[in-house]
Design a protein around this ligand. Sequence first.
Ligand code: PLP
Ligand code: MN
Length: 350
Amino acid sequence: MLERNIAAMAAFARAHGIALRPHSKTHKSPDIARRQIAAGALGNCCAKLGEAEVMAEAGIGGLLITSPVVSAPAIERLMALLARSPDLMVTADHPDNVAALARAAAAAGRSLSVVVDIDPGMHRTGVASPEAALALARQVAAAPALRYAGVQFYCGRHQHIEAFAQRRDEITERTAYLKGIVEALTADGLKPAIVTGGGTGTHAIDAALGVFSELQVGSYVFMDHQYNVCDLRGDGRAPFEQALQIDARVVSASTPGMATIDSGLKSMATEAGAPPILSGVPDGTTFRFAGDEHARITFPDGVSGPGIDAVVTLTPPHCDPTVNLYDAYHVVKGHTLVDIWPIAGRGRSR
Ligand code: PLP
Ligand code: MN
């Protein structure tokens, strides 16, 4: 399923003439990054410097750090990483940060590629206006030790708008804003070579609008329940499969009509609700968290369910923060364990 998801997104991108730099925040795994690159991706995005360090260590190139790197010690680490990965790119959204990056790169005798991050209105990162984008791009272009690589625009909130038409309308409006900035930069001699952004929820709309040169899709490799309720391409079909599953085990079944499994609040991200149960239980079984370590599954009236030691398979409500809770993937083909891949970027959140 993972392989089919990687191939499906790669084929979609090829058919639409758009590049992919998939986001490794989802998988934190060099093994998966390598497969995405083998399928044609330019490299991987990394949410944080620590994630990029792990990817570079494993030989993954074409890295873009999508959050600002601002503290002096972090910029020092960034320079060490640049020495190993000369094609590394970093985003920035503040003139003080650009000045600090320029000083550090000059002192290190290296050229650092910088992408100007533009806030689409969610107020997480990015410059807040077209004027600020232009000013920051000029500052990057003028710094001898920096290379102006382009712009980033990530509409996080929009990814999960369930109705396709509403998602398309809102993204179309936001992309017009981005397009205006790209045109203003171009008129100023600062045409962005890279226009990067987008996610699994908007990838089809982004490709159709044609403003991005590359997409930062992350969750498509695994999918999760949050995304599976969205009509991703407006055709009512699911282009990707839920490749990430949690095998929980029944550890107690003392009370008739219910059982306790060993997956509780510590086993998955919980902000998106309870996990749908994929298999191992009778139809109509319900799931309820029962604290840090456990959950209770309750069977329909008069129906008996699995006893102790049975496996109950769950679908993570939200894949990225769930992955960050585990040390390794158990890679399964059919019912056979074929490999174990370390989640090497686990916990590398700074
Ligand atoms: N780009 C950035 C900056 C992100 O923060 C994320 C996810 O949060 C992504 C790309 C990947 O998006 P998705 O998981 O929706 O494909
Ligand atoms: Mn996510």
